[in-house]
Design a protein around this ligand. Structure first.
Ligand code: AP5
Length: 219
C-alpha cells in the first residue's frame, strides 16, 4: 500500500504511521523526522531547515522534495510506504504525483486525520519522544512507565524544540494556510478518506485499517 497521512500538527500522524509500519510491514517516511536528523547532524540541509522549523514555518519545497525523492528510491519502499507529514503544499503533492507516476505506482489512499485546534494544543503539550528509537508518548493519554525513559529501548524521552506554545500556534496557522488545501486536491482525485482523529489511538487505528481494507478491495 502507498499511503499518505495528512493532518494538523499533533493529529496523531506519527503515532498511526508507526502502528501501520508494524502491522503492514511497510516503512514510515516522516519528513519531520528526516529533517530533525539532518538538523542533529548539522548537514547543509539541516542548517537551512532549522531556520524554518524553529519558527513553525515550512521548509522550502525544493529542499524537502530532494530529500523525499532520495528516500523513495530506497529498496524498502518497493512494497509500499506510509508518508507522514509529506506532502504539505500543492507543489509537493504535484511533484509526488509525477514521481510516483514515473515509477508506475500511484498512491492508493490519502487519510486525513481530523482533530480540532484545542485538541492539538493539548496533545502537543503532553508529548514526549524517544531520542533513540523515535517512539511517541503522551504524559496523560499514553504515558511511559518512567517519565523520562522509553519503555521500548530505555532511551531518553525529550520534548521537541518546536513544541513551545507560540511555535505550535504558528505551525497550526501554517497548516490551515498551506496544507489544508490538499484535502480538496485529493478529494477531487477520489483518493481522500477522512478519519475522526479525536478518538482513542486504537479506535483511530481500527478506522484506518477499515479504510485501507476498503481501498484494497476497490483496487
Ligand atoms: P513534523 O515533525 O511533521 O510535525 P507535525 O506535522 O507538526 O506533526 P507532529 O509530529 O507534531 O504530530 P503528529 O501528527 O505526528 O502527532 P503525534 O503522533 O506525534 O514537522 C515538523 C516541522 O518540520 C514542520 O513544522 C516544518 O517546519 C518541517 N516539515 C516537516 N515536513 C515538511 C514538509 N513536507 N514540507 C516543509 N516542511 C516540513 O501525536 C501527538 C501527541 O498526541 C503524542 O503525545 C501522542 O502520544 C498523542 N496522541 C496521538 N494520537 C492520540 C489520540 N488518538 N488520543 C490521544 N492522544 C494521542
Amino acid at each position: 500500500m502507498r499511503v499518505v497521512l495528512l493532518g494538523p500538527p499533533g493529529a496523531g500522524k506519527g503515532t498511526q504511521a508507526k502502528m501501520l509500519e508494524d502491522e503492514l510491514n511497510i516503512p514510515q517516511i516522516a519528513s519531520g523526522d528526516l529533517l530533525r536528523i539532518a538538523v542533529r547532524n548539522k548537514s547543509a540541509l539541516g542548517q537551512e531547515a532549522r531556520r524554518y522549523m524553529e519558527r513553525g514555518a515550512l521548509v522550502p519545497d525544493e529542499l524537502v522534495l530532494r530529500m523525499i525523492e532520495e528516500r523513495l528510491q530506497q529498496r524498502d519502499t518497493q512494497g509500499g510506504f506510509v508518508l507522514d507529514g509529506f506532502p504539505r503544499t500543492l507543489a509537493q503533492a504535484e511533484a509526488l504525483r509525477l514521481t510516483l507516476e514515473r515509477a508506475g505506482g500511484p498512491l492508493d489512499l490519502v487519510l486525513a486525520l481530523l482533530v480540532s485546534d484545542e485538541e492539538v494544543v493539548r496533545r502537543i503539550s503532553g508529548r514526549r519522544t524517544c531520542r533513540t528509537c523515535g517512539a511517541i508518548y503522551h504524559l496523560i493519554f499514553d504515558p511511559p512507565r518512567n517519565i523520562n525513559v522509553c519503555d521500548r529501548c530505555q532511551g531518553e524521552l525529550y520534548q521537541r524544540d518546536d513544541d513551545a506554545e507560540e511555535t505550535v500556534r504558528n505551525r497550526l496557522a501554517t497548516y490551515h494556510r498551506q496544507t489544508k488545501p490538499l484535502l480538496d486536491y485529493y478529494e477531487r482525485q477520489g483518493l481522500l478518506r477522512s478519519i475522526d482523529g479525536q478518538e482513542r489511538m486504537e479506535a483511530v487505528h481500527e478506522r484506518i485499517m477499515a479504510a485501507l481494507g476498503a481501498a484494497a478491495q476497490r483496487a
